[in-house]
Structures are given as C-alpha cells and as structure tokens.
Design a protein around this ligand. Structure first.
Ligand SMILES: [Fe+2]
Ligand SMILES: [Fe+2]
Length: 303
C-alpha cells in the first residue's frame, strides 16, 4: 500500500467508524465493531453539507485537462454518481426488512447519507459544467453512457431483484442477508471505497479538484460507517444461524465476476493504468479490504 493510502485510512474519523478494512487488528480477526446505537451517534457527529464546498478551482482544473483525460475521468465519476442514486433508491425496502429497531434507525441515517452523496455529485457536475444537461434526471441519463455493462448486472439485476423480493416480503431474512452482502460488502466495501481511495490519491498527488477531494473524503468517511454497519449486521446474523453464513458466501461467489468487471472501465486495455495504478493493484486493494471484513464477520480463516 502506498503511503498516501495508509495515511488516509489512519485518519481519526475513518478509524472511528470501526470498519475492519481500516483496522490492522482485523488481519487477526479482531475489531471492536460499534453497536447500532453507537453507529447512530457517530452519524450525528459526522455531519457535513454539500453547500459548504467550493468548486471554483475544480472548474478551472477540469477545463484545463486534455479531452482524453476528461473522458477517462468520466468513468469513475459516472459510476459513483449513478451508483449513489441507485443505492439511495434501493435502501428503503432494506431498512424496512431489518429485524431490529436499532438497525432500522441506523439505516434511516444511511438513506439520508446516500441522498447527500447524490447531491454532492449533482453539485459538482453543475458547478464545474461537466455535461450539457441542466437537471439531475437529465445528468443521470447523459452520464450513464460511460458505465460498464457489469454495472447494470450488479445494480439493476442482482441488487434490484433482491430489493424487490424484500419489498414484497419484508420478513425474508435470508434475502436481507444477501442484499446487505451485495450492498454493504461488495458495492460499498469493495468497489466504492476502492475507487474512492485511488481517485482521491490521484487528485491529491496532482493537486487537482480540491473541492471534489474535500467532499469525496466526506463521502468515504460515510461509506466506512455504512460498511461498519454491514459488518456488524452480517456478523450478528452469521452467529444466529448457519443458513445466513451460507447466504453471505453464496452471494459473494455469485456477484464476484460482475463486481470485478466494474473495477475495469469499458475502454480498459491490458497493462493500462487507471488513476495512476494498475488493475492488479486496484484488485489487490479491494480484496484486502474484503478479507479483513470477512475475518471479523467470522467467514475467513484467521492466520
Ligand atoms: Fe454513498
Ligand atoms: Fe453508502
């Protein structure tokens, strides 16, 4: 791991979330995962506003990039912008299906966070003038041209079908475990946080997009808190019943190829670097984070 990434994961506010991926002790399966009420209270302390961000310098930087660089950056931006909108829209039935009140209260805070993340991208696009479109729905449509087909498999097929099942049958705990594995462990834990680390580092090293970097660090802190909830929930459920352990493992195997596909842009060619790193390095970062979380949930062997 590069120093910049180690430096960021050691931030006090990231450590405070108890996401196993930022805790070295998770390598031996140990982590003091916060309880659901503690996660709620941390949310109250970790507030921020998209309105406070200043994108003036970002606008200058963006239009100073060569056209092919703007095009390449659009893959990461589009995946996040649309990804945030998808998860915001899917979280309601997941919240309702959570079996305990304390879980539901935390998931309500997460719905607010995901809405703020959508608005963060919407403001960045608007202030920087990334697209021709002038409204949120039009921007989402225009920017979706940049997505990988695997993105649709993961979000619009695998996640959406499970959330539909939960909407129709909120007592289906096995489907809830599958949905949270997909949402919190794979989409947020493996994909979003990995993309965030490399995109933030790349901009920090190049001194570009300061408003975006500030906001994206806040988004990453929120995601660590969400994933910490996911790890807590899955550990609790895996302890309750072997059926749920199987459901976690089954879901990870099923979505593996599509998740891996999202890490590579549609225009990716063998040996290419994306945001200054190879695909192998990106994969290794994502897998390390998953391994730490699975050790803490009790699903991976502890060395
Ligand atoms: Fe988010
Ligand atoms: Fe999230």
């Amino acid at each position: 791991m590069s120093d910049a990434i180690t430096h960021r994961t050691e931030r006090e506010d990231f450590q405070a979330t108890s996401d196993p991926a930022v805790l070295a002790s998770a390598d031996i399966g140990q982590a003091n995962l916060l309880s659901y009420p503690q996660l709620y209270r941390l949310w109250e302390r970790q507030q921020w506003a998209t309105q406070d961000l200043d994108f003036t310098q970002d606008r200058e930087d963006w239009w100073g990039f060569p056209e092919d660089e703007r095009y390449q950056r659009m893959y990461g931006l589009s995946s996040f912008f649309i990804g945030e909108q998808r998860v915001a829209d899917e979280l309601g039935p997941i919240m309702r299906a959570a079996p305990d009140e304390e879980m539901r209260i935390f998931l309500c805070t997460q719905i607010a966070d995901e809405a703020r993340h959508v608005e963060f991208f919407n403001r960045f696009y608007e202030e920087v003038g990334v697209l021709d479109s002038g409204s949120l729905p039009d921007r989402l449509t225009e920017t979706s041209d940049h997505l990988s087909p695997n993105f649709h498999v993961l979000f619009d097929e695998m996640l959406h079908s499970r959330v539909d099942r939960l909407g129709a049958n909120p007592d289906d705990l096995e489907t809830l475990v599958e949905a949270i594995t997909l949402y919190h462990m794979v989409i947020e834990g493996m994909l979003a946080l990995t993309g965030q680390h490399f995109i933030i580092s790349y901009n920090e090293e190049n001194g570009t997009l300061p408003g975006f970097v500030e906001g994206f660090n806040n988004v990453a802190r929120d995601e660590h808190r969400h994933v910490a909830f996911g790890a807590r929930f899955l550990r609790d459920m895996a302890e309750r019943d072997g059926r749920y352990r199987d459901a976690i493992q089954r879901t990870l195997v099923e979505c593996g190829p599509a998740a891996d596909g999202v890490l590579a842009p549609p225009w990716y060619e063998e040996g290419m670097e994306v945001f200054g790193v190879s695909l192998e390095e990106t994969r290794a970062f994502a897998m390390k984070a998953l391994e730490r979380r699975l050790k803490v949930i009790g699903l991976a062997p502890v060395a």
